[in-house]
Ligand binder design. Sequence first.
Ligand code: SF4
Length: 368
Amino acid sequence: MIERIKNKALTGERISREEILYILRCNEEPALKEIFDAAYSVKVREVGKKVHLRGLVEISNICTKNCYYCGIRKGNSEVTRYALSQEEILDCARLTQKFEYGSLVLQAGERSDAAFVDFIEDTLQKIKALPGPELGITLSLGEQSPETYKRWFAAGAHRYLLRIETSSSEFYKELHPADHLLSERKKCLDYLREAGYQVGTGVMSGLPGQTLESLADDIEFFHKQDVDMIGMGPYITHHATPLGQKFPNYASDLLLGLKMIAATRLALINVNIASTTALQTLAPDGRECGLLAGANVIMPNVGDLVHRKDYLLYENKPGTDENAADIRQNLEQAISAIGEEIEYNTWGDSPHHTFFSAGKESRQRKGR
Ligand code: SF4
């Protein structure tokens, strides 16, 4: 099996569900190393030894939802709620320009009221109008109406990350209240595509009760959905959540998170894959391990330190006491130590999106 996977990595053929499952089940050397090397070789061929950065702005921890695993769920009364002002968000955008990251991610708990939709639209327009290099903008603001997605796209956002957390409707019900519907979330991925965005999704790995077969289905779902970007990470508990209370001493699985990245790179080939902070929570060099397993995007926080401890989706999140300038310097050192290079001042769009846009009416606002 490993020879077949290596051969497909060489020829550019995507791996099958059976091969994805082999990777997820593999726990022994030397096969593990061969899997990671194969995934890394595909990444280097498709996207280079380059890391794209997105300045992450956690604009608000106010959320109308109650996902059972999430530390900022509406029902967690221990959280001090905040929402950045427009000027604070614009300051983060200016810092992203100064750091030459090229792109910005605006992330928040889910709200869809008219005041929030208007605020985001206006803020996007103001970010796009800033003097200096024009930033690419990714949004991660949850489920919205097709109309809202279109308005935000017209205002300047061109990538959207909407994680589904699992593609299994049965398992989704174990992670969410009854009124949170996977079918609605999947529909939103279609709305985003129709609105013109580069579309990203992702899942958590290593959840209590999750099977490797279900994770293999998730990767197959990414492929069928024809997504451009993936953001996923290992499940990490939060004590003030129903799932964290049900499984208080549950051990997270870094290796499984890395195998998910490798299998996704080998199955989807030319998408952007984020090496997420959850990996770094489980090992100081977790994000570098993610890059070596096939990821090519990192999202360093550019927000003010004052709110970092209020945006804990899970516990022990790193970087809550590290200012944006220190994060940049430490990232540079860590990335160059593994022989990779940060690509500054580019939007770092997904080659998958660019490739499939060729010859069609372009779905890109602006290719760089
Ligand atoms: S996962 Fe997202 S939608 Fe669910 S409670 Fe957390 S912030 Fe809200």
